[in-house]
Design a protein around this ligand. Structure first.
Ligand SMILES: [Zn+2]
Length: 156
């Protein structure tokens, strides 16, 4: 097999007065942010899990436990970089990434290109290989952000 599929999900509850970080960017003007030990970046967490799942390496909860002070409060891009290094070391590269973000407020549409460019730079791939879809929950639940990510790995 020269390709492998990975899938990851993440969700965080949102509370007012906290910063909202998604895809490695602080979302300016957000009325709320993620409740989390880390920066609560639901995009980077789901991408990292998708990469790990593609190679059956477990998940970020297992490899970077927030009970370990080493990882607590860490910038999620550091975890993602570490995961990417594992993937590369095993002889794989990313073909493309597809990410769905469910968030009621703020609207992210105007930030799509910026978020895709940031995520692409963290993953060391062209931004044209990062697809971002934005959905709302139609107010069906308490304020939260949820992400679902599919990734294709290609043998390098
Ligand atoms: Zn998370």
């Amino acid at each position: 097999m020269n390709v492998r599929i990975g899938y990851g999900e993440d969700a965080h509850r949102l509370e007012s007065g906290l910063p909202l970080t998604l895809a490695g960017l602080v979302i300016e003007g957000s009325p709320h942010g993620a409740v989390a030990h880390s920066d609560g970046d639901a995009v980077l967490h789901a991408v990292a899990d998708a990469l790990l799942s593609a190679l059956a390496l477990g998940d970020i909860g297992k490899l970077y436990p927030d009970t370990d002070l080493k990882w607590r409060g860490l910038d999620s891009s550091v975890i993602l970089k570490d995961v990417l290094a594992r993937v590369t070391k095993l002889g794989w590269r990313i073909g493309n990434v597809a990410c769905v973000v469910t968030l009621d407020q703020p609207k992210l549409g105007s930030r799509r290109d910026l978020m895709a460019a940031k995520l692409a730079s963290l993953l060391e791939i062209p931004s044209g290989d990062v697809g971002l879809s934005f959905k709302t929950s139609e107010g069906l639940a308490t304020a939260h952000v949820q992400t679902r990510v599919t990734v294709l790995l290609v043998r390098s």
